[in-house]
Design a protein around this ligand. Structure first.
Ligand code: TXA
Ligand code: MG
Length: 307
């Protein structure tokens, strides 16, 4: 079981950019400093995710959430009614939101949740900032509801596992988005639809297809305004080059030392940065190993013809 010392140590591991698995009332989460691109990239690497799905940023209270996301009145009402608890709310990021762009997979929105498990809350308070945490299982495996599940699934890929006993709810949080004026149920979960509808006084709409409401689907998540050419050995006239390893032309690189974790960490922030001042971007070849698969997946979507 967890002691105060363990919480303080876990907060320090997060501060150092490490990964801490921790209990929540829904399932165990694989936590990292939400504001560190590299720590967030490590989460994807540890889970072996084939894609960069956007992650939930966990915070200790509604005030902390409102510093990161813009809550319309209905979203605030739900948060006041059900937080801390098994509810995740998707809203637009605030202009000053410091959460890694990789964490929200390049989207302008952010998923936020205040968990109710006392160990999770203690960790969030000790750390003092947002913590991203997908379920602490290897991608495609069942979600962990005990520390032993986490150990079996992720083992040495985690720096520390906080044991808070079995998760009470046992299924992931319900995800509701408030991005287009109507509350939408993106994922059924530990808080039932009827409770949410009763609180809002209106029915929940279904998720629609498209990048805002179905991340992880095949549509592009983040499409730069500039055109994007992949597997480019060198830029053509008018293109800004985004390098990798030995492929270097100009100041921009995903990782000069060909480190795929560093490249993943830089991916969305670099695309945003270059997109602000370029109409054509050429990207170096990225190997298809490790996080390279997810990087290439995102680059292909970003380069896909716009509809
Ligand atoms: O109960 C839970 O929610 C657990 C615990 C650890 O808190 N976490 C969890 O995280 O289930 P994960 O990464 O396995 O699932 C996150 C869900 C995904 O369905 C993802 O698509 C959605 O939240 N999501 C995250 N950010 C989003 C965004 N900006 N827009 C739409 N959906 C988002
Ligand atoms: Mg999951």
């Amino acid at each position: 079981m967890t002691r105060d010392d363990d919480i303080a140590h876990a907060a320090e591991v997060l501060r150092q950019g490490g990964l801490v698995a921790f209990p929540t009332e829904t399932v165990y989460g694989l936590g990292a400093d939400a504001c560190s691109d590299v720590a967030v990239a490590k989460v994807f690497a540890a889970k072996g995710r084939p894609q960069f799905n956007p992650l939930i940023a966990h915070v200790s209270d509604l005030a902390a959430a409102e510093a990161l996301g813009q809550f319309p009145p209905a979203a605030r009402k739900l948060a006041e009614a059900f937080w801390p608890g098994p509810l995740t709310i998707v809203v637009e990021r605030t202009p000053t939101c410091p959460v890694s762009r990789l964490a929200s997979a390049g989207l302008s929105s952010l998923a936020l949740r205040v968990p109710s498990h006392p160990v999770a809350l203690a960790l969030l308070k000790a750390f003092g900032g947002p913590v991203v945490a997908p379920s602490a299982n290897a991608s495609g495996r069942i979600s962990p509801t005990t520390a032993a599940h986490v150990r079996a699934s992720l083992g040495t890929g985690v720096d520390m596992i906080l044991d808070g006993g079995p998760s009470r709810v046992g299924v992931e949080s319900t995800v509701i988005s408030f991005l287009d004026g109507t509350p939408r149920l993106l994922r059924p979960g530990g808080l039932s639809r009827d409770k949410i509808e009763a609180c809002l006084g209106q029915p929940l709409s279904a998720a629609t297809a498209g990048p805002l409401h179905a991340p992880g689907q095949l549509e592009s998540h983040y499409a730069p305004r500039a055109s994007l050419r992949l597997n480019a050995d060198a830029p053509k006239p008018g293109e800004i080059y985004l390098g990798f390893g030995g492929h270097a032309h100009g100041p921009h690189t995903l990782s000069a030392r060909a480190d795929l974790i560093e490249a993943a960490a830089n991916l969305f922030s670099k695309l945003h940065e270059i997109d602000a001042g370029a109409s054509a971007i050429a990207v170096a070849p990225i190997p298809e190993t490790g996080l390279g698969e997810a990087i290439n997946d995102r680059l292909r979507r970003a380069a896909a013809p716009r509809g």
